[in-house]
Ligand binder design. Structure first.
Ligand SMILES: [Zn+2]
Ligand SMILES: [Zn+2]
Length: 99
């Protein structure tokens, strides 16, 4: 089961709800990505075969959901704020659980 956390930046006030890395559900695997063009974190589906991802498989490239031309990369907790580069703070408890 996947889980989503709230991440917040104390320096600039940016806040977002993402898993904070690779996450698995029953039907898909997702990744948290950072987009330099949106200056935001996004959750993207990377596979409908989560067991492959559990075995270590990753797509080589990830794409921003807004545009494939955006500069997107994997993001994992602890990681930088997409706005100002300071480390994001993660909530202690997940805010959403999904199957
Ligand atoms: Zn910030
Ligand atoms: Zn983008």
């Amino acid at each position: 089961m996947g889980s989503t956390y709230r991440f917040a930046c104390d320096a600039c006030g940016y806040a977002v709800e993402v898993s904070g890395g690779i996450d698995y559900g029953m039907i898909c695997a997702t990744a948290t990505i950072i987009c330099k063009d949106c200056r935001a974190l996004h959750t993207v589906m990377i596979s409908k075969r989560p067991w492959r991802v559990m075995d270590g498989w990753r797509p080589k490239a990830v794409h921003c959901p807004k545009s494939r031309k955006h500069a997107a990369a994997y993001w994992e907790h602890p990681g930088p704020c997409p706005r100002c580069g300071k480390e994001l703070r993660r909530s202690d408890e997940p805010v959403v659980m999904w199957d």
